[in-house]
Write a protein that binds this ligand. Structure first.
Ligand SMILES: [Zn+2]
Length: 218
């Protein structure tokens, strides 16, 4: 164990040069970047095996007739709250930290390097191109939807390359593919009867890391 890591484990405050010592290179400062999905979109994932954190970042630009700074802010908040959490990796608990660089752009010219989301009240049914490599379509109501508070967060699951966890069954509406999987963000966007909001599960995070080839070339 490197000295800095040892000090962190013992709860000590480190001097700024703690990682520059010549004894052991300090892995705490090393973020390993995932290779990427190769399927477009701006999402970047880095893993720090020293402090057990996984950092997911996506750049998203909201445009279209109903885009606004407020919508961009609400989308950022909803996604970060829903997708930041915990997962198990190689038998150990990792903290997942999701950050969204969100901006509103009314110029009609997309900013390079940003996933594009068109906000238009005509978009009743929201959708998202897998991996964010193509446009997403959202409605301004999703920013503050009391009955379905995680609609934007669900779409972000597609940005991470995840597929829907539900199918539309005639006469029954939206039906989960796996009914034993509770509060699944990829199959529902509303809270259950106890008020628990849908959220990502271990298998979602595993799929996201595998989609981004996190264990190749690192
Ligand atoms: Zn979906």
């Amino acid at each position: 164990m490197c000295n800095a890591k040892k000090a962190i484990d013992q709860g000590k405050k480190l001097p700024n040069d703690a990682c520059n010592g010549s004894v052991t290179p300090c892995p705490a400062s090393k973020l390993k970047k995932c290779k990427g999905s190769g399927k477009g979109g701006s999402t970047n994932i880095s893993i720090n095996d020293a402090d057990k954190t996984i950092h997911i970042n996506t750049k998203m630009e909201f445009s279209g007739p109903d885009a606004s700074e407020e919508y961009a802010k609400a989308a950022k908040k909803q996604i970060e709250e829903a997708w930041s959490g915990k997962m198990t990796r190689n038998g150990e608990e990792y903290k997942v930290i999701v950050t969204i660089d969100a901006k509103s752009n009314k110029t009609g010219k997309p900013t390079s390097g940003y996933d594009q989301i068109i906000v238009d009240k005509k978009n009743n049914r929201m959708s998202q191109t897998l991996f964010g490599g193509g446009p997403g379509y959202q409605t301004p109501e999703a920013a503050n939807d009391k009955t379905r508070p995680r609609r934007i967060a669900h779409e972000y699951g597609h940005t991470l390359g995840l597929k829907d966890g539900y199918t539309d069954v005639k006469g029954k509406g939206s039906t989960p593919v796996d009914p034993t999987k509770k509060n699944d963000i990829m199959s529902e966007t509303w809270p259950d009867k106890n008020g628990i909001l849908p959220h990502p599960h271990q298998d979602h995070y595993e799929k996201v890391l595998s989609n981004q080839n996190c264990d190749d070339n690192i």
